[in-house]
Design a protein around this ligand. Structure first.
Ligand SMILES: *Cc1c(COP(=O)(O)O)cnc(C)c1O
Length: 429
């Protein structure tokens, strides 16, 4: 696509990164189901391996179908480049890997996807990394948690499972003052609803498994780099600023500038960690992403309708949706995500754990699954599933207590969703 004018989001979600296939004219991006690419000659091969020329070598590093998706997501987020990988969790490791050394820590919000809390509190310890969890509503606490060994600040723009809103701009300013990158998990918000890079984030990570694909078909992840962070300023990020031994002393930041993080992600991250996205997955996500804005508008509209109905129901204690006037996050939501607060929230039932289990078991349109961001409406009882590994205190801090059911509102008819919720709630009380 010739970028002679500034295209709008709806145009870019269909066209960015793609063009008719040069070999066949195929209009949809083909699935390049191939592992390796023939070098023109030995000199061409050497140039590719030395990162002196950009091209395809081997699909653990780059693949033409995956490359289109990378450019599509980077464009939609307003970033300089992106690296796709095998899952959202892989994306989180890929984002941290160039920044961290043994002994380094990250400062992260307490309100995160349950799997991320486990990854950050348990698994990364084995790399010698650690995480300090802080309530991101308390900006002074974020500031105080940052120390000399901190290498990143991490939060979710619209936090799973409650749909709470993070003041991305305020936390970005704190990270910036400390000379650190802010990493935003934009999975539950999508670049249509929240613009983390415009609000000062350095990196954006996604589970493309969720809204970007939008139909529950594949797992995938992506790390987008804003291209604006000065990796050489502090000496804290030697993987990006210092000589890389595996590339004859090449310095990524000096050589690639705003694309340093992306090149490092491919040439070192994917090369050595191998968390590669396969071309089939990229194909499904490319198909899904074409309708992202249309789906998100409907997710938001349905969530507003259903959450508003639920909060008035007798069996319901409270609903966390930030799009409701009753939410303490409503004013922040208008600032951070003016198009709507997404499609994810929790409902707390007066009947506690037992009521939640009965409610979930009696739903018919809503499926009880460990997923979100599907065209279908989904529920999960977080305390017994996604947040099961967490202590009761961590569950409460994450907004996933035993009396809470997470709801991911789909794009079905809102009337049908309400009718289903009504019949299931009638069996609870
Ligand atoms: C699902 C999810 C992840 C993890 O993504 P996977 O693709 O399942 O690895 C990370 N963050 C958030 C907010 C998620 O919803």
């Amino acid at each position: 696509m010739t970028e002679t004018r500034q295209y709008g989001f709806d145009t870019l979600q269909i066209h960015a990164g793609a063009r008719p296939d040069p070999a066949t004219g195929a209009r949809q991006t083909p699935i390049y189901q191939t592992t390796a690419y023939v070098f023109r000659d030995a000199e061409h091969a050497a140039a590719l391996f030395n990162l002196q020329e950009v091209g395809f070598i081997y699909s653990r590093l780059t693949n033409p179908t995956v490359a289109v998706l990378q450019e599509r997501i980077a464009t939609l987020e307003g970033g300089a480049g992106a690296v796709c990988c095998s899952s959202g969790h892989a994306a989180q490791i890929m984002a941290l890997f160039p920044l961290m050394r043994p002994g380094c820590n990250i400062v992260a919000s307490t309100r995160l996807y349950g799997g991320t809390v486990t990854q950050f509190s348990q698994t990364i310890k084995r790399f010698g990394w650690s995480c300090k969890f802080v309530d991101f509503d308390d900006l002074d606490a974020v500031k105080d948690a940052i120390d000399d060994d901190t290498r990143a600040v991490f939060g979710e723009a619209i936090a799973n499972p409650g749909g709470w809103i993070m003041d991305v701009r305020a936390v970005a300013d704190i990270a910036d003052a400390a000379g650190l990158p802010l990493i935003i998990d934009n999975t539950t918000a999508t670049p249509y609803l929240v613009r983390p890079i415009e609000m000062g984030a350095t990196l954006v990570v996604h589970s493309t498994t969720k809204y970007l694909t939008g139909n529950g078909t594949v797992t995938g992840g992506c790390v987008v780099d804003s291209g604006t962070f000065d990796w050489s300023a502090s000496g804290k990020f030697p993987s990006l600023s210092e000589a890389e031994p595996a590339y004859h002393g090449l310095k990524f930041h000096e050589t690639f500038g705003g694309l340093a993080f992306t090149f490092h992600g491919i040439a070192v991250g994917l090369r050595d960690l191998g968390m590669t996205m396969n071309p089939q997955a990229a194909h499904y996500t490319l198909c899904g992403i074409e309708t992202l804005s249309l789906r998100m508008d409907r997710h938001v509209k349905n969530a507003e309708t259903v959450a508003g109905w639920l909060e008035k129901h007798d069996a319901v204690d409270h609903v966390t949706y930030a799009g409701l006037a009753s939410s303490p996050y409503n004013a922040l939501a208008k600032k951070v995500c003016p198009k709507g607060a997404g499609g994810l929230f929790t409902v707390a039932l007066k009947g506690g754990y037992d009521a939640c289990v009965k409610f979930v078991d009696n739903l018919e349109i809503f499926s009880h699954v460990a997923n979100l961001g599907d065209a279908r409406s989904l529920v999960i009882h977080s305390a017994s599933t996604t947040h099961r590994q967490l202590s009761p205190e961590q569950q409460e801090a994450a907004g996933a207590g035993p009396n809470v059911v997470r709801i991911s509102i789909g794009i079905e008819d809102a009337d049908d969703l309400i009718a289903d919720l009504e019949q299931a709630l009638s069996k609870v009380s």
